[in-house]
Ligand binder design. Structure first.
Ligand code: PRP
Length: 184
């Protein structure tokens, strides 16, 4: 694969930097209200959620704790492998804690399912999920995220942390990737 400049590979911009900023601020406010009597552990799912996470935690008003878990199911591909591989565990002891899983996107819902099953064994007080993007039509309703920024159609998006084969994560907006980039 040869990638020229990232911008050339984008078909269209789905959400601009400004739109994302506004929506993340709203989500931060909403979560601050919900967790006003608690100190949640906000758990970033590496690597895709990292950009969203750093903006969301700064829009969160109140005490919270950082944590990071690393799992992956896409690897270098544009389609889920159907299997989640585990790379790094949480650092905190989550027993008795309110946990918020922070994701960039819920697509097939496989990753969220995996993480919820993992947390079910950790004796946490509660688990909620927040994702910037919700590919609503691509997962069953029981795998829905509790909170999300935007509902999107089934299209391949990159930027603001989301990648294709490791690239495009640094774009400040969410864009639809040209099919020619990932079609084989
Ligand atoms: C992406 C994304 C989510 C997951 C969503 O991670 O960051 O974690 O896929 O897809 P799903 O709902 O079909 O499970 P990926 O495996 O690409 O790893 P990355 O975060 O390191 O890019």
């Amino acid at each position: 694969m040869h990638i020229t400049t990232a911008e050339n590979d984008i078909e269209s911009i789905l959400y601009t930097e400004e739109q994302i900023k506004k929506r993340v601020a709203e989500l931060g406010k909403e979560l601050s209200e919900i967790y006003k009597d608690s100190t949640p552990v906000m758990a970033c799912v590496l690597k895709g959620a990292s950009v969203f996470y750093t903006d969301l935690v700064r829009a969160f008003n109140g005490h919270m704790l950082f944590d990071f878990i690393s799992v992956s199911s896409y690897g270098q591909a544009a389609k889920s492998s159907g299997k989640v591989s585990f790379k790094k565990d949480f650092d905190n002891d989550l027993k008795g804690k309110d946990v918020i899983i922070v994701e960039d996107i819920v697509d097939t819902g496989l990753t969220l399912k995996y993480l919820k099953e993992l947390l079910a064994e950790r004796d946490v007080k509660s688990v909620k999920t927040v994702a910037l993007l919700n590919k609503y039509e691509c997962h069953p309703r029981d795998l829905d995220t509790d909170y999300f920024g935007f509902k999107i159609e089934n299209q391949f998006v990159v930027g603001y942390g989301l990648d294709y084969a490791g690239y495009y994560r640094n774009l400040p907006y969410i864009g639809v990737l040209k099919k020619s980039v990932y079609a084989d």
